[in-house]
Write a protein that binds this ligand. Structure first.
Ligand SMILES: C[S@@+](CC[C@H](N)C(=O)[O-])C[C@H]1O[C@@H](n2cnc3c(N)ncnc32)[C@H](O)[C@@H]1O
Length: 369
């Protein structure tokens, strides 16, 4: 493996400027190849007619706006995801940023409850990625800092974690948590997980816990990730299984959908369950260029002291549910929350606690040597 010289900043901070990140982290060779700017992309559009070029170009732009326009205008082949739909990935991502920012304080408040179950997923991802002391690790869609914090502990002071998310409020909480734990080997960067402007061959491992499902073009994001890994590096990610196997989330979503008579979401729309089919998920990994792809189920228990706690958790943490209810009058919202509480009672233990057993899917793939 080629020697890599890290250039970590003196102190961690969330950087809005991704070009800055590329400069600070760049492998000496990569520093020579400057990022593309939107203006340059426009100028190049007329000559870049191959879908491969368009994909590359999209990966390199910060916003993707220009690349999508290029895709529509110049490429007739292989760009279905960019051309066929009325679904607007950029609008969707902007809304996602807003929605997750809105629940960042809730995530901070409920973190311990969440991690009682979720920590085992971080542990499993770190094991699957074979993370060792001294390594360079990228966490994509870190939220308020997992599995970045677990990885930072594993790699120790000689390693380095870059933790990214596109929601700045989530990142702010993540940064606070890392500081509280005295961790100085993590840096947090505000960055779209589909447009990772970081050096290629730059990471020994990439982790993503419950983030890929929210990417409109997950397959392309994976193709980018494989290139950020050093040869033999591993990507380990977690997604959720089908709704009936994840009652902690699907119970509230199901009640909201029923009460509001919402049509089922389009099959390909991103969301908590969009990568529940392990065959498709594995195919995405293989097509992106990963080898030794392996997926496995992992049971994740979540427990709440009472129904009221479960409802409070949903109200403050579950961005997709909160978003669906947001435009309805408070009385109607209260009725629906009461219906959610009623439905949750079937999960009560003899002591009155609410306990859900949920199935996550952990998947790992390796970049070939
Ligand atoms: C369910 S949370 C998971 C957070 C964390 N990894 C964990 O397991 O606790 C999903 C996260 O994905 C992030 N996210 C959604 N779409 C994203 C995108 N396009 N780029 C980066 N992050 C994204 C959200 O901001 C949110 O923090």
């Amino acid at each position: 493996m080629q020697a890599f010289r890290w250039n970590p900043p003196k102190s961690s901070r969330a950087a809005r400027n991704n070009g800055d990140a590329r400069e600070r982290y760049a492998h000496p060779d990569l520093r020579e190849s400057s990022s593309l700017f939107v203006g340059q992309v426009v100028a190049k559009a007329a000559t870049w007619q191959d879908p491969e070029d368009v994909r590359e170009l999209r990966t390199l732009t910060c916003t993707g706006i220009v690349a999508i326009k290029v895709g529509k205008r110049f490429s007739q082949r292989g760009l279905h995801a960019m051309t066929e739909q009325s679904f607007d990935p950029l609008q969707y991502k902007a809304k996602q940023r807003q929605d997750w920012d809105a629940v960042a304080a809730g995530w901070k408040k409920w973190w311990q409850t969440l991690e009682q179950g979720a920590q085992r997923v971080s542990d499993r991802l770190v094991a699957l990625a074979e993370i060792q002391p001294g390594q360079r690790v990228l966490d994509v869609a870190t939220g308020i800092g997992e599995p970045a914090v677990t990885a930072a502990r594993k790699i120790g002071p000689t390693g380095w974690v870059v933790a990214t998310d596109q929601a700045p409020q989530m990142l702010a909480v993540a940064q606070e948590r890392a500081a509280d734990k005295g961790l100085q080997n993590i840096e947090f960067l505000e960055m779209d997980g589909e447009v990772l402007d970081l050096p290629e061959d730059g990471f020994d491992a990439i982790l993503c816990r419950w983030g890929l499902m929210f990417f409109p073009e997950c397959a392309k994001a994976l193709a980018r990730m494989v290139r950020l890994l050093a040869p033999n590096g591993r990507l380990a990610a977690a997604t959720w299984d089908i709704p009936p196997k994840v009652p902690m989330i699907s119970l509230a979503m199901g009640v909201v959908q029923r009460e509001l008579q919402l049509p089922p979401p389009p099959t390909k729309a991103p969301g908590p369950f969009s990568l529940a089919d392990t065959r498709t998920l594995e195919q995405h990994f293989t097509q992106a260029g990963f080898t030794d792809v392996h997926s496995e189920p992992l049971t994740v228990p979540f427990e709440f002291p009472s129904v009221e706690d479960y409802v409070g958790f949903q109200q403050e943490v579950a961005a997709p549910v909160v978003t669906l209810l947001a435009d309805h009058p408070p009385r109607r919202q209260a009725e629906i929350w009461a219906a959610i509480a009623g439905a949750a009672r079937q999960y009560a233990t003899a002591e009155g606690r609410i306990r859900f057993l949920n199935e996550a899917i952990c998947i790992v793939g390796r970049r070939p040597r």
